[in-house]
Ligand binder design. Structure first.
Ligand SMILES: *[C@@H]1O[C@H](CO)[C@@H](O)[C@H](O)[C@H]1NC(C)=O
Ligand SMILES: *[C@@H]1O[C@H](CO)[C@@H](O)[C@H](O)[C@H]1NC(C)=O
Ligand SMILES: *[C@@H]1O[C@H](CO)[C@@H](O)[C@H](O)[C@H]1NC(C)=O
Ligand SMILES: *[C@@H]1O[C@H](CO)[C@@H](O)[C@H](O)[C@H]1NC(C)=O
Length: 373
């Protein structure tokens, strides 16, 4: 079944809104202590208590007697506990009424089950930008209704074990993850977003079986890792697949077969060349946005009539033949707009091309309203 592009956009917009929302809620970073200058080559020392960090910022007595002093509990939002930007090292005891828990931008180094003993109703936890190197798996037994777990920008080396089956969004980008324990994502049939951006994952960490239970996954972000191959066994439900900044140099012939919802594919900053791309590999009828910038392609790959955005900037393309790349079938009725190639935006800058844009390109892509050459 093909999804309407209106629905796809609605879904994507929804995901984007999620991002904007979390960013808006992320106030200023805590001031970095001068004593822990980060040197990339030397492993960072474990934070030393208590002199290493500025003291926690405490609130006045809250409207709620059970509100920890390190946090703010607004009377207007009884289900929300705001503990972000407080120089906290340890998670305080979380009251039962909490559904939304904000702990981002602190100095938390480990997540243990004790603070969560009564927190059975927690739905969202934001732990972004801390120093977490371990999330004890018993934490998740305490919070079985968890929907969103944001733990990007921490020091995790592995995907945490025991993640609840209820989870819908999991953000683990900008950690040091080089291992996904077997079965880490098992039974997570409700997960729609999995973000493992900017970690140290290699091909051997992504075994085919790893993703098999993620039957509703919409967005998979594996950008900025050290993959040499396309990840195997990605869920068929995917709409967005982001693989930028890896070391991928080829794509198996039938890789996208069965990914019948895929609309956004990003492979910018990889090592793709013409030899590694089977003919017609990107001729995917659901695809709306294809990004192949900063690779080593020397010709324009075949695209589908439905594709709207194509990024081919910073490759080695020397010429472009509008007749050869036109996905338009001349046997179809020209007056039928459905048969027309839908390409609206094309980037070709940073190649060995110079203006003018060839006439046959303009003749083929009549919806094109922006081309960068
Ligand atoms: C959990 O809640 C109960 C009842 O509200 C309370 O007596 C108990 O102290 C709480 N436990 C913790 C660890 O906060
Ligand atoms: C997954 O989502 C459905 C629909 O919202 C819900 O009924 C079900 O309980 C969820 N599964 C888990 C394991 O939470
Ligand atoms: C691209 O795929 C369509 C089906 O979506 C097919 O009809 C067409 O022949 C393919 N084009 C090329 C050049 O392979
Ligand atoms: C473009 O390709 C077509 C079909 O392969 C060929 O007939 C034509 O001469 C080419 N145009 C240029 C300018 O090379």
């Amino acid at each position: 079944m093909k999804m309407g592009s209106g629905l796809l956009y609605a879904l994507v917009l929804f995901l984007l809104m999620g991002t904007v929302f979390t960013q808006r809620n992320r106030p200023k970073k805590p001031i970095k202590p001068k004593t822990t200058g980060e040197k990339p080559s030397v492993p960072e020392p474990e934070p030393q208590e208590p002199t290493d960090f500025p003291p926690p910022i405490l609130s006045h007595q809250s409207f709620f007697p059970d509100c920890p002093r390190e946090c703010f509990c607004s009377p207007s939002y009884p289900n929300t506990m705001n503990c972000e930007n407080r120089n906290i090292r340890n998670i305080p005891v979380i009251p039962f009424r909490t559904h939304y828990l904000y702990l981002q931008n602190n100095y938390i180094s480990e997540v243990t089950p004790e603070p969560f003993l009564n927190a059975t109703e927690v739905r969202w936890v934001n732990l972004a930008n801390n120093r977490i190197h371990r999330i004890n798996k018993q934490v998740f037994e305490k919070i079985p209704a968890l929907l969103y777990l944001y733990a990007q920008k921490n020091h995790l080396k592995e995907v945490p074990l025991g993640l609840p089956a209820s989870l819908e969004q999991l953000r683990l980008g900008r950690n040091r993850i080089s291992k996904i324990p077997a079965g880490a994502f098992s039974k997570m049939g409700n997960l729609t977003l999995l973000d493992l951006y900017y970690n140290q994952l290699s091909d051997s960490d992504l075994k085919t079986s790893q993703f098999k239970d993620l039957k509703n996954l919409i967005q998979l972000n594996l950008a900025h890792n050290i993959l040499k191959k396309m990840p195997a066994g990605v869920p068929k439900s995917l709409i967005q697949l982001f693989l930028d900044r890896n070391r991928i140099d080829d794509i198996p012939k039938d890789y996208f077969k069965g990914l019948s919802h895929l609309a956004f594919l990003r492979l910018n900053h990889n090592q793709l060349n013409d030899k590694g791309l089977p003919k017609g590999v990107f001729n995917i009828s659901t695809l709306l946005d294809l990004q192949l910038a900063h690779n080593q392609l020397s010709s324009v790959p075949l695209i589908n009539v439905h594709l709207e955005h194509l990024h081919l900037n910073h490759n080695s393309i020397e010429s472009i033949n509008g007749t050869q790349i036109c996905p338009f079938n001349p046997l179809f009725d020209v007056s039928d707009d459905n048969q027309m190639p839908k390409l609206r935006y094309l980037r070709l800058d940073g190649n060995h091309l110079s203006p003018p844009i060839p006439m046959d390109v303009i003749m083929c892509f009549r919806h094109l309203h922006s081309i960068v050459i």
